[in-house]
Design a protein around this ligand. Structure first.
Ligand code: MV4
Length: 445
């Protein structure tokens, strides 16, 4: 087992990883930027190394500083958390070259899934359901028109190097295709330095349902059921829950089997997520694979009683998994609390937290790095806390979430708490009647 893990991240996830390391008897090394000197992840770690100034490009994305920090502290593994270097193939490779275990995917697995059209071709070959569309990348707009004519409008043009919605264009009729093709090409060239595009039939108002999977070093893969992440705004998830209110036992079996097939096709090792689009007829299609621990992993942990960070560490150390799939026996909901003003177009609201009261009690979990007197720096992601509740039924979970949101007091900055409170009282949300289009028509009162 590892003796010391360097955690190449900040905020709540750095604390979350430290907690598991402590329980496993593993020493921790924190890295921090000058903007994070007063952070809890620095104070609670066994050792801490400053890796650069506030901008992430010079600190949390600075591979040579992080490797140097691992070498001087003698860390035998690096946990990248989510975001930053968590899906960086080069960093995974550099860690290996330095004899440091990267607690995440191999460079090959990251590359195979990072290119979306390549990933899709791999999944098609493996027999995972995919949205009808182009075979690989589009050569020119003439080919795009031909394929669109065959599969029928609306279609969606996507960037191979994309993800998270960038370089995507929906095309409703042939007259729009040239413009969409040209602008998607330009946008992806500028954003990713790669202008490869591919095409799919556009699935209108789908649900976004993802499966948690775990694979070990010996080829065993299991799934830990699904999370419904349909409640999002501009590709930023706001709330996640498990089980999905749209799920049926039959669909879970089918999707879980497909998720395992997807992971096995790339010899996946570690924890990962297979994202699917699900249409109103419950047809499901592979969308993307994430080769990292995700923000929303706690809802899965709460319903199946499983520490996913511990599992990540065990698998990275070569411990085999049982191979048994897990099914939710309770209902969990996570609300992402962001330092943003939901009444002003979600404008970031960094600054000092003057007063803080965190909710607690039965079935309530708060994953956060903030405290009264803490100043939220303007340099990073605006998520400051995750409020997670677990209960026997979805109705009870919603009631508990309302109660917990009501107890949560954060003074000095704006947060998304009022938005979540309104969601918990929304008739369609309560009835489980929502898709990825839900937030388009949501009006904050
Ligand atoms: C789609 C789609 C409909 N049809 N693909 C958005 C992010 C990127 N990873 C893929 N996305 C979508 N792909 C087809 N063929 C709709 C979306 C989409 C979406 C997906 C999941 C969650 C939220 C979304 C919001 C808008 C569009």
């Amino acid at each position: 087992m590892f003796k010391k893990i360097l955690i190449a991240n900040r905020g709540e996830i750095a604390l979350r990883i430290q907690r598991t390391c402590r329980e496993m008897g593993i020493k921790t090394v924190a890295v921090y930027s000058t903007a994070d000197r007063d952070s809890l992840h620095v104070r609670f770690a066994d050792e801490a190394v400053c890796i650069g100034p506030a901008p992430s490009a010079k600190s949390y994305l600075n591979m040579s500083s992080i490797i140097a920090a691992a070498e001087i502290t003698n860390a035998d593994a690096i946990h990248p958390g989510y975001g930053f270097l968590s899906e960086n193939a080069k960093f995974s490779e550099i860690c290996a070259l330095h004899g440091i275990k990267f607690i995440g995917a191999t460079p090959d697995q990251i590359n195979a899934m990072g290119n979306k059209s390549m990933a899709k071709e791999t999944m098609k070959k493996a027999g995972v359901p995919c949205v009808p569309g182009s075979d690989g990348v589009l050569n020119d707009v003439k080919e795009a028109k031909k394929i669109a004519g065959k599969i029928g409008y609306p279609v969606i043009i996507k960037a191979s190097a994309g993800g998270g919605g960038r370089g995507m264009r929906i095309v409703w009729e042939e007259s729009e295709i040239q413009k969409a093709y040209d602008s998607a090409k330009q946008e992806s060239a500028a954003a990713f330095g790669n202008d490869d595009l591919y095409m799919e039939k556009y699935i209108e108002e789908p649900r976004h349902i993802e499966f948690q999977i775990v694979g070990d070093q010996y080829g065993t893969v299991c799934h830990l059921s699904e999370r419904d992440c349909s409640i999002q705004r501009r590709h930023q998830k706001l709330l996640e829950e498990t089980p999905s209110p749209f799920m049926t036992p039959e669909l879970r079996d089918e999707m879980g089997t497909a998720a395992i097939k997807a992971a096995k096709s790339v010899n996946y090792e570690g924890v990962g997520t297979i994202e699917f689009l699900v249409d109103k007829h419950r047809n499901f299609y592979f969308m993307e694979m994430n080769t990292r621990i995700q923000v929303e992993h706690p809802v899965t942990e709460e319903v199946i009683n499983y520490d996913l960070i511990k599992e990540q560490i065990l698998v990275a150390a070569g411990v085999p998994i049982s191979g048994k799939n897990y099914f939710p026996e309770r209902c969990a909901i996570e609300c992402r609390i962001n330092a943003e003003d939901p009444y002003n177009d979600f404008r970031p609201s960094p600054g000092k937290i003057l007063n803080l009261h965190k909710p607690g009690g039965h079935g309530v979990r708060v994953d956060t790095h903030v405290y009264a007197g803490y100043t939220i720096p303007p340099n990073y992601d605006s998520m400051i806390a995750k409020l997670i509740v677990v209960a026997r039924t979805r109705e009870e979970a919603i009631v508990k979430m309302r109660r917990a949101l009501d107890e949560f007091i954060i003074e000095g900055i704006h947060t998304t708490i009022p938005l979540h409170m309104q969601l918990m009282n929304d008739k369609n949300f309560i009835e489980g009647n929502f898709t990825t289009a839900f937030m388009n028509t949501f009006e904050l009162k």
